[in-house]
Every structure is written in C-alpha cells, then in structure tokens.
Design a protein around this ligand. Structure first.
Ligand code: SF4
Length: 358
C-alpha cells in the first residue's frame, strides 16, 4: 500500500501547523468540544466560540448542568444546535458513568452519546495518543487522491479501505499529530477545488497528481438541488422597545430550543395573506399586519430561505412570549438578521451578534 507518508507529513506539519486555540489544549474535554464544533463549521467561526465555551464550561460537569438557554447562548454563531445538545448528553454520561473524567479507552469513548467514529478517533488519538484513525472529509479527499481511489467515497468498502490505509501509515508515537497533519494537509494544501500539488509534501508518490485526476477525486454522490423557501413572520416590539414577541421552537423542529420570530416556521413556504391565520392557529395569537419591515436570507443545508418580516399590531399574543432583545435570549440567526435589518436592536449596538447578512 505504498511507503508510509508519516515522516514527510509530520515534518511538514511541524513546520506549517496553524496556531489554533484547541491545539494549545491537551485535556480530552477541550479537544472533544473542538472536534464537535469543527464539524460542519468553518475554523474562523469556531475560533471565537471555542474560547468563550471552554472558559464558561471548563469541564464536562459544568456543561452537564447547563440550561437550554445557556447552551444556546454558548453555541451562538455555530449553528446545527443538535450537536450542542448531543455534546451535553455526552457530558452528562461522563458525569454519571465516569466520575466526570472523559474515559481514555477508545471503546468507552465510542459509547458516549454524540461521539461517532470520527470523534472517537480524534479524541482517542489527540488527547490520549491511541493509534486510532480519525477520518473526516479532508482525510477522505487526501487519501482518495493520493491512493487513486476511484470508488464512491461514502461506500462502506471505500471507508474501510481508507481507514486501513491510515492505520498502516499511522506513526503510533505521534498518532494525534499524524491525524491532525492529514486533516491540515486537506484543509491547506489538498483543497477541494485547487490542490497545491507543487507544494505538497507527499506529492512525489501521489497517484492523482501523477495521473492528472485530482479534479475527479474523491468520487462523491451528485449534489442535491437547492430548494427555495419563502416564509413570512412578524417582528413586534413592546412599548419599551426592549422586548419582542417570540416563539420558543419546540423539540423535533429545526432550531429546537431557540426563539424564532412568530410565523409558519423556518422551512414552510407561506404567503403574506395567510400569516394572521397561521399565527392564530399555531400560537393562538390575534394580529393585524402593518407592512413589510425587512427581508433576510438564510441557508440551511440545501434550503435557501427568504424571510419576509412584517410589522404588526397585536391584540392578543396567545401563547407567544415577550422576550428581551438581549444576548440572553436564544434568538435564531434569521431573527437576529431581521433585528439588524429593521434596526430594532436596542442599546448602543445597532445590531445583535450573529446577525451578519449572507
Ligand atoms: S499531490 Fe496534490 S492531489 Fe496529491 S495529495 Fe498532494 S495536494 Fe493532494
């Protein structure tokens, strides 16, 4: 299966590794948190949230006791809040079953809620030095190209082939560094659309580079088509201007646990005329619309959502709640964008955190 790339890869990593906050930590909890945050989220977005999170929840026990609102606030800016709830379940299991210490045994790690195959490998190797592979999308790409693997990357047999190759190459004296080096190479050099093969430390025996097939590898399933959604909601403040009407999103809906602007929900296409009836039916509220305030765009996976936000007078709020326009309320990202666009965020700051428009 070829000469091990470990010496070249590790030498490159030692000279080029990015100075990231989680790389300065050695405790398993901090590494676990970073690995969960980095799934589906850009490094730059994770950087700020990570420091805030580990300062506030330095051990699993502290996070195990976090309320839903604390959890939402600590995870703000990262999206995919389900990850945070699973992380809390994992922290609770650590407290309940392991006396608050993250277990070092890979199998025990793998049994914790929220820890899948990748996270198990990452924490076991980086925090505890076990010779376990940690295969994420970056590693898949590097391996598929370097070994010239032309079978669909998500196929079980391909995944087994990749894991076996990583295990064979892995330098078990520096297992965590080896895994991080492969991921770093994928993030910095062997990038999805323009790999810098001329600068690649493992380019001399790379099959895709030699055969000119980097653009074709790895083989992924065709992308899902985008779905356009237009959804309407109301933005109403109380007479103080310090609170707005919100709906706590119930469990099992997108954005569960957060507070959204009252409307039909995030993935439901509606029109303006239907909005008062929806608010009556969904929340027992009686409102009259007073005109459009703002339009904001938001994307979730392959959904491209346009939110049309209306002003309204409210004669009965029903089950909706008047909630503070502060960081302490876990407003959804579309709601924050609407507050910024409609200039309704009180205080000296004109826009809430996490409201940058796409
Ligand atoms: S030579 Fe190019 S394609 Fe091969 S691993 Fe390096 S960057 Fe990726």
């Amino acid at each position: 299966m070829g000469t091990s790339i470990a010496p070249r890869l590790l030498a490159w990593f030692d000279a080029n590794r990015r100075d990231l906050p989680w790389r300065r930590r050695t405790d398993a909890w901090a590494i676990w948190v970073s690995e969960v945050m980095l799934q589906q989220t850009r490094v730059e977005a994770v950087r700020a949230a990570y420091e805030r999170f580990v300062a506030r929840f330095p051990t699993p026990a502290e996070f195990a006791g976090a309320s839903d609102d604390d959890l939402m606030q600590a995870w703000r800016g990262l999206g995919y809040y389900r990850r945070a709830r699973l992380l809390r379940e994992g922290a609770r299991a650590v407290v309940r079953e392991h006396g608050g210490e993250v277990p070092s045994d890979p199998d025990e790690l793998g049994r914790l809620p929220g820890i899948g195959v990748y996270t198990r490998g990452a924490v076991a190797s980086i925090a505890f030095g076990h010779a376990e592979p940690a295969v994420d999308g970056n590693v898949e790409r590097v391996l598929a190209r370097h070994r010239g693997i032309g079978s669909p990357i998500k196929q079980a047999a391909t995944q087994r082939q990749i894991r076996a190759q990583v295990v064979e190459w892995l330098d078990d004296r520096r297992a965590g560094d080896f895994n991080q080096a492969l991921m770093e190479l994928g993030a910095m050099v062997c990038t999805p659309t323009s790999p810098a093969c001329a600068d690649c430390p493992i380019g001399s025996d790379c099959v895709a580079h030699a055969e000119g097939t980097t653009a074709a590898l790895p083989v992924r399933p065709p992308k899902r088509q985008n779905i356009d959604v237009t959804s309407h909601a109301i933005l109403v403040r109380d007479e103080t201007g310090e609170r707005a009407l919100g709906n706590r999103v119930p469990a099992n809906e997108p954005n569960a646990g957060q507070v959204e602007l009252p409307g039909a929900g995030i993935l439901v296409t509606t029109d303006t005329d239907a909005l008062p009836g929806i608010l009556r039916q969904r929340h027992g509220a009686t409102v009259a619309l007073t005109g459009e305030l703002a339009r904001v765009r938001h994307a979730i996976t392959h959904h491209r959502i346009t939110f049309v936000v209306h002003g309204a007078t409210v004669s009965d709020p029903g089950r909706l709640e008047w909630l503070p326009l502060t960081d302490a309320t876990p407003w959804t990202t579309p709601a924050r964008k609407a507050f910024a666009k409609a200039s309704t965020w009180p205080g000296r700051r004109s826009r809430p955190p996490g409201s940058a428009e796409a």
